[in-house]
Design a protein around this ligand. Structure first.
Ligand SMILES: [Zn+2]
Length: 267
């Protein structure tokens, strides 16, 4: 069954007024190790080749059991926000990491396997700095048309690549384009990865590599719509072509959520 990523209108806040403010607030600095990436033994000589269409053994042996089904709310009981960056690592990743470190907030990176292989030093930097690294498949294909074996390979090969590079495995998964079916959900659970969608879409990818103030302000405005939610998950990107507008918008987005009393959490 094809299940499109239909979120409730109240959860996709791409228009409308931002609700207000609570007390100024606390944030959490990145932990020394990410909660969603548990160390396991590395696999020397792991190949970054395209996954074969075979069902691989689950590799996320270091993760706790994951519930079945997608989640769209950031964890935590107080006001929490999860900043998420998809499709990396890319040319904007280092700048994003520097901003997160400067403001001492944490975030989750849903990385692509092929991008991991291209920029492995950034994968290690994300892990060493304590950010969560999630699985965003090997090659960012729409999973729904694929047979189960190919879907499984897309998930497991990306996990294996992270393990090979960083010595950790992802415990979080986000399907490309937000598209999944019951097979995807079953496979993610089998590989001990929670499925995390988003509730606030900044549409930052539409900037297409532009750094114009139009795009920067648009991204900030859309991100701030999450202020209407108690536990927003904010979708941003660090793609191969670069996301300079996202980088320029990020300090204002962090300051907005900090000033509205949100705790920054990982998925
Ligand atoms: Zn993506």
């Amino acid at each position: 069954m094809r299940v499109r990523a239909v979120l409730a209108p109240a959860m996709i806040l791409t228009a409308g007024l931002c609700l207000t403010a609570a007390a100024a607030g606390c944030t959490s600095a990145p932990r020394s190790r990410p909660p969603a990436a548990h160390p396991v033994s590395a696999t020397p000589g792991h190949s970054a080749a395209r996954p074969t269409a075979t069902i691989s053994e689950p590799v996320a042996v270091g993760c706790p059991a994951a519930p079945y089904g997608p989640r769209t709310y950031a964890p935590g009981s107080s006001k929490t926000v999860a900043l998420t960056f998809d499709d990396g690592p890319g040319p904007s990743t280092a700048a994003i990491l520097a901003i997160l470190a400067r403001y001492r907030v944490t975030a989750t990176f849903f990385n692509i396997g092929t991008a991991l292989a291209t920029r492995p030093w950034l994968v290690r930097e994300e892990g060493d700095a304590g950010y969560a690294m999630g699985d965003h498949t090997w090659n960012h294909r729409d999973l729904v048309p694929l047979p189960a074996a190919s879907q499984a390979a897309e998930l497991s090969e990306a996990s294996a690549e992270q393990r090979s590079i960083a010595g950790t495995v992802p415990c979080a998964f986000r399907p490309p384009y937000g598209e999944y079916d019951s097979t995807t959900l079953r496979l993610a659970q089998q590989q001990r990865m929670g499925v995390w969608m988003w509730s606030v879409d900044t549409l930052d990818w539409m900037a297409g590599g532009s750094s114009s103030s139009y795009w920067v302000q648009r991204i900030i405005r859309l991100a701030e719509h999450g202020g209407a939610l108690p536990h927003p998950i904010v979708l941003m990107h660090n793609q191969r072509k670069g996301n300079p507008a996202t980088v320029m918008a990020l300090p204002a987005i962090i300051q907005f959520y900090r000033s509205h009393g949100y705790l920054f959490v990982t998925l």
